[in-house]
Design a protein around this ligand. Structure first.
Ligand code: GLU
Length: 503
């Protein structure tokens, strides 16, 4: 049977980074096995629906490079792929369960349910829930006569459909990541399957769709593990074969203890959403990996390693290499630490590996008219020294403004008589130099000038850097001077000779 997996997000806000990882693992698994990747929008909870969230999901997946074979946005044989448009299908299946005595109508009001809970709590019951015992004291099609049930439905009395859990059994299934999971059915409650607004709950819609859409593997976050026994039981009730399950590990705080939260991200100053998101009601903006300057390759590589590893030393993987190396068996069940410094490291590696052209394309929109040739050189100069593309320009401020201050320690340590002598000679020679002013020629003229006045070039190199940039350290000085141009270099050197101590 060919592999069919699905990513089934609910459009309740911006897609959390954990959701992106889930989508990625599904995608890697599908591609690795020559299977299909589906996208289904689980929007049956109308109260939690957030406008814009579905588009956000599509855009995020596209940015990450996850291609959907079938589903929302691309169509396919099981359309529609938005659950709110499949309402009638779920009712039919709920009724099928009722007919088989595996579900029932329940007419209880919220107050009646609350009163039941109170009663049970006061009596010291372990779990105050609607279940095999309590259902017999409530208003449902198990306690009311068939006539009364018909009457109530005909009267449009609000009702829900609940699953009728048979409590006398063990529910067991083998999770690919967690191995055997066993739960006693008596711990489950009679969950609502169909709500009074006619919409299915997550449980019903999810199972029916996974079945109808031929899903073979359900790969999803650990937070859904508690629902899995109910799902397994529902497959049994319907007489369907359940898909295989793989519940992914939790994402933990950067320090490694506890679940990653929005608060950790705010405190740590890092994103936990793939793209920037503006809340449609409050207008608040949540930062995104993309807008913060993380590259698509970075996020893919970083997320792939949050819960999985290849079992080798290799750390940098393209999407194709991940597909090749990926397996569900190599996913671990222990929580995965959201180590943002690792994401930064990946970003450095991927930035460094880009051509000057690619970087210039990234940076172009941030510049106000820097000429392309110059921009290419700036990218070349800075790419080993930055973590994010936007730092290429911000960290290169010395290219756009002559220094106004000079690093104290370097002035004291390196600005000496030899430095002044060599730099003065350099200025003289530059003034008469007529050739192209490139890194190589800048260096050749400098070497010749230093030699002419009997100074070892290596000894006064930092002083030259100080005079040109104001700092004792920085990127390739000769290329820096090439970018500045001869006239600007002369101006800066003359200014330094004037301002700095005359020793
Ligand atoms: N709609 C659920 C979610 O938002 C899907 C869970 C599942 O994959 O079964 O995560």
């Amino acid at each position: 049977m060919s592999v069919r997996v699905r990513f089934a997000p609910s459009p309740t806000g911006p897609l959390h980074i954990g959701g992106v990882r889930t989508a990625l693992y599904n995608y890697l698994f599908a591609r690795k096995n020559g299977g299909k990747m589906l996208l289904r929008i689980e929007d049956t909870d109308q109260n939690r629906y957030v406008p814009g969230a579905e588009n956000y999901i599509l855009e995020a997946l596209q940015w990450i490079g996850i291609e959907i074979d079938e589903g929302q946005g691309v169509g396919g044989p099981h359309a529609p792929y938005r659950q709110s448009e499949r309402k009638d299908i779920y009712r039919e299946y709920a009724e099928q369960l009722i007919a088989a005595d595996k579900a029932y109508y329940a007419f209880d009001t919220a107050d009646e349910i609350e009163a039941m809970r109170k009663r049970l709590e006061e009596a010291g019951a372990d779990a105050a829930q609607y279940n095999a015992i309590t259902r017999l004291q409530m208003n449902n099609s198990l306690t009311l006569s068939a006539d009364e049930v018909q009457q109530r439905i005909a009267n449009d009395d609000p009702y829900v459909v609940r699953i009728k859990i048979d409590p006398k059994q063990d529910i067991r299934f083998k999770d690919i990541i967690r191995d055997w999971v066993a739960v006693h059915a008596s711990t489950l409650d009679d969950k609502v399957l169909l709500k009074s607004d006619g919409m299915p709950t997550y449980h019903l819609a999810n199972i029916v769709d996974d079945h109808l859409m031929g899903i073979t593997h359900v790969i999803r976050g650990e937070e859904w593990l508690p629902s899995a026994p109910l799902h397994v039981l529902m497959y049994q009730y319907f007489g369907w074969t359940a898909p295989q399950f793989a519940h992914l590990p939790l994402l933990l705080k950067p320090e490694g203890n506890g679940k990653l939260s929005k608060r950790d991200a705010d405190l740590g100053g890092f994103p936990i959403f793939p793209l920037q998101w503006q809340d449609p009601t409050t207008g608040t903006i949540a930062r995104g990996f993309r807008e913060d300057g993380y590259l698509q390759e970075t996020l893919v590589n970083f997320l792939a390693f949050l819960g999985w590893n290849p079992g080798t030393e290799q750390e940098l993987f393209t999407m194709d290499e991940l597909i090749e190396a990926f397996s569900l068996e190599r996913i671990h069940k222990a929580g995965a630490r959201f180590d943002i410094t690792k994401a930064k490291w990946f970003n450095q590696q991927y930035l460094k590996a880009k051509s000057d052209e690619e970087l210039a394309d990234l940076v172009q929109s941030q510049t106000s008219g820097i000429e392309r040739q110059k921009l290419l050189k700036i990218c070349h100069l800075m790419k080993d020294r930055v973590t994010f593309s936007q730092e290429i320009l911000s960290e290169a401020a010395f290219l756009f403004e002559a220094p106004t201050t000079y690093e104290e320690a370097i002035v004291t340590g390196k600005w000496n008589a030899d430095a002044i002598k060599a730099i003065t000679a350099y200025v003289d020679d530059l003034k008469v130099y007529e050739g192209d002013f490139l890194a190589d020629s800048a260096k050749a003229v400098w070497a010749a000038a230093a030699e002419r006045v009997g100074v070892k070039m290596g000894k006064v190199m930092q002083a030259l850097r100080l005079a040109v940039t104001g700092a004792g350290h920085g990127p390739d000085l000769m290329l820096t001077m090439e970018i500045l141009g001869k006239d600007e270099v002369i101006l800066r050197l003359e200014k330094a000779l004037q301002i700095l101590p005359q020793v």
